[in-house]
Design a protein around this ligand. Sequence first.
Ligand SMILES: [Zn+2]
Length: 326
Amino acid sequence: MKAIHVRCSFAIFLSLLYVGKLLFAQTTPQRAIAITVDDLPAGAANAMSGSEILDMTSKLLGTLHEQKVPAVGFVNEQKLYKMGEVDDRIKALSLWLDGGFELGNHTFAHTSLNRVTLQAWEEEVIRGETVTRILLAQRKMKLRYLRHPYLDAGRDLQTRREAEAFLTSRGYEVAPVTMDAWDWMYAGVYEDARKRADVALQNQLVNSYLSYTTSVFDYYEKLSRDLFGYEPKQVLLLHGNWLEADHIGELVDLLRKRGYQFVTLEDALSDSAYSVPDDYVGAGTGWLDHWAITRGQPPQNGPVFPQWVIDKSKELHRQPPAATPQ
Ligand SMILES: [Zn+2]
């Protein structure tokens, strides 16, 4: 009798669990996102030693690996050339590939297609391939993604299309961005607070970053549904910095709670959204904005970036640079 009772309770427990699971599935949408990390080996590479870049990279990739989150990193090879530190900087890129991640090109010197001639920009793309191509070839991989610096994809349609044809001819696919919470703006202030061991400010910045990320996702998920009737697989733009190295785990948790699964960039770009017409030209912005503007429906009332972070960043840049050996 007792055994039957126990079995019955267990069966009820299992069915409750099943109902709970169904409810969770109904309230949490199935979403997918690919992570991309720009400005490698590090956004602030010029102000960092080779060993600090290695520490930062190991920490960032350690969390991504643990959480089984794929990522593509985009390289500015100019940042590799610092006297006596080239090996460490190239090693930081190797850590990406050895960890099973991928690397793409972000031009040699982070050059905007909107600010130089097409020919000069194309040379920047080619110059940015040298080391990355070798590292990829050593692992039987190909350089296949290009991320536009500042997301500047061309100031007029002719330049944009010619640049795209050039990229295709060199075997590239453009890596669009649909989600961007300006982590680079937080990162400069965060890295300064970290150096000064100002924990209170670091926490304040992380909280603000995660809450601004939430506003960005609320806004662009809705814009996605308005444009497509569903939410395409998204592409998130992050940067190589200590803010991400220290806190990307919290960002991953936040996104998982919103129902996101982490997919490769290749998987995300297989979504048909990435082949809808896009005639956007002008100041760099995300691809959801491109599609909305192309359709004649410019997005309105976007999330407002916290002014205090911009002010703190400006304050930092006003300070005279610290004395460093030349
Ligand atoms: Zn960049």
